[in-house]
Design a protein around this ligand. Structure first.
Ligand code: FES
Length: 470
């Protein structure tokens, strides 16, 4: 075995100059249940060690470490960077302020973060500078996601106030206004509060607040092991004035050629569910083979929750630009039935919602995007492409945590996936499949080809359809 570390090519240096931090996720080629999420810091020459003489090289400005703190797992994407002595730069964890040398990972506490060396090399063929990062282990690694840390929401911060009186125009089944004193103190509390928030704008604002608090260290507790853990609603309440109909009765979409058809398609996509907050609230306290879920589990689903809110904001704004609004057309709650069917089992939930329904989205999105492009609606194309790109990462999150559970329980993930689909899904897993994007998310064809579900757990005919508690 060679002592020389292997490197993997992250991409063109010029692609990493817009932001100062990037998260990237890797999956092992030979062991697809092995993932790493790493953080690339790009410092300015001035921020670099004072012992470096100008000009500071591009390589000297780049640092890579695991994105989870080795203490209790906090997300380091919002760590402060500080100089320590003359020769060290450290990342300071937002949770308990342990600091980790960016180059060696060492901390005065004795803990050590995993760091990886970085090189900037000119490509042999084009002469353009490329970033190479030391591999986190043996064998090949696929880069399954790269995203900047500082991704803004589509909308500016909402004007929604914490003052209940100022929020009186927000419709809801319960009091959605929160006082400063009532601000959640754990991630579980935030998740349940957001699930119980019917107003979508307030949901977006609360998601933004929760994500920021979680990443910056204002919120340091997930809430595990706390007595009286808040319970997520069976069916999240929705706004009173939304026109819910049975899945087969929603307004027909058309082929995307007309403005009306495009509005109806965007409206249907805006009707998202808060799967990620439900996973956090419902399953976050579970143990798998005696192990608590790692902190990365929460970082991943918080990111998915942030995306879901971002998508709603983008779609709502686009509907307004096209002369419509969210709520103008009928919506259905069919997908929540799958969530209810799998409310008792984290593996079943990951399989049915993320690896069946969300993976189906990867199949159909390119066709939808092509329709909008053919109609000349470039702005909607831009929005839909952002959503599609993010949704690949949501399926990846489903694959990551489903395979993590299978590995912990010494189960074959492909066999288990197919068993869960047979048990909790109704009907054929239909193509045509977007094989390349499914593969990027970890879903090789042996997961889904020739697979038919034999029905949900709940008999909705006897129980009645899912109704929203409004
Ligand atoms: S110092 Fe990072 S989680 Fe405690």
């Amino acid at each position: 075995m060679s002592d020389v570390p292997a490197y993997l090519r992250l991409g063109l240096y010029s692609s990493f100059t817009k932001y100062t931090r990037y998260l990237f996720t890797l999956r092992s080629v030979s062991q697809p249940s092995k993932y790493h999420t790493l953080l690339l810091f790009r410092l300015s020459p001035k921020e670099c060690r004072s012992d470096l003489q100008p000009p500071v090289s591009q390589s000297d400005q780049l640092f890579v470490m695991e994105s989870s703190c080795p203490h209790l797992g906090a997300d380091l994407s919002h760590a402060e960077i500080e100089e320590w002595g003359d020769e060290s730069m450290v990342a300071v964890c937002p949770w308990h302020r342990y600091d980790f040398d960016l180059r060696t990972g060492k901390s005065e506490t004795g803990l050590r973060a995993c760091t990886y060396s970085v090189k900037v090399l000119d490509s042999d063929t084009s002469g353009t500078a490329q970033i190479w990062v030391e591999s986190p282990g043996e064998g090949g690694w696929d880069i399954v996601e790269i995203r900047p840390v500082s991704e803004d929401f589509a909308d500016p911060p909402s004007a929604i106030s914490r003052n209940p009186v100022e929020n009186s125009n927000i419709t809801s089944s319960s009091s959605v206004a929160i006082s400063e004193e009532a601000e959640p103190t754990t991630l579980f509390e935030w998740a349940v509060l957001i699930l119980n928030t019917p107003n979508p704008e307030l949901k977006v604002k609360r998601t933004r607040d929760a994500v920021l608090a979680f990443r910056t260290g204002k919120l340091r507790s997930v809430g595990r092991g706390v007595k009286n853990k808040p319970v997520p609603p069976d069916v999240p309440p929705r706004e009173k004035d939304l026109n819910f109909v049975a899945p087969g009765k929603v307004t027909r979409r058309g082929n995307g050629g007309s403005l009306k058809s495009r509005i109806i398609i965007l409206h249907a996509l805006a009707n998202i569910e808060q799967w990620a907050w439900d996973i956090i609230a419902r399953f976050g306290d579970e143990k798998v083979a005696g192990q608590a879920l790692p902190h990365q589990f929460f970082s991943d689903w918080v990111k998915v929750a942030e995306d879901e809110s971002k998508h709603f904001s983008l779609l709502r704004r686009r509907l307004q630009e096209l002369g419509s609004f969210y709520g103008e057309h009928t919506v259905h709650a069919g997908l929540w039935e799958s969530a209810r069917d799998t409310a008792h089992s984290l593996p079943a939930r990951l399989c049915i919602i993320h690896l069946v329904h969300e993976a189906r989205g990867l199949d159909v999105n390119p066709t939808t995007i092509a329709k909008f492009r053919a109609a000349g609606d470039q702005e909607s194309v831009r929005v839909l492409e952002i959503i599609h790109h993010d949704e690949i990462t949501h399926v990846t999150a489903g694959h990551r945590w489903f395979t993590w559970i299978c590995e912990a329980l010494a189960l074959d993930p492909i066999h288990e996936f197919r068993e869960n689909v047979r048990k909790y899904f109704n009907g054929l897993i239909r193509g045509p499949f977007n094989e390349s994007d499914r593969r990027l998310a970890g879903m090789t064809p042996d997961y889904y080809l020739d697979l038919r579900g034999e029905g949900g757990v709940l008999d909705h005919k006897k129980e009645g359809p899912v109704t929203y508690n409004i």
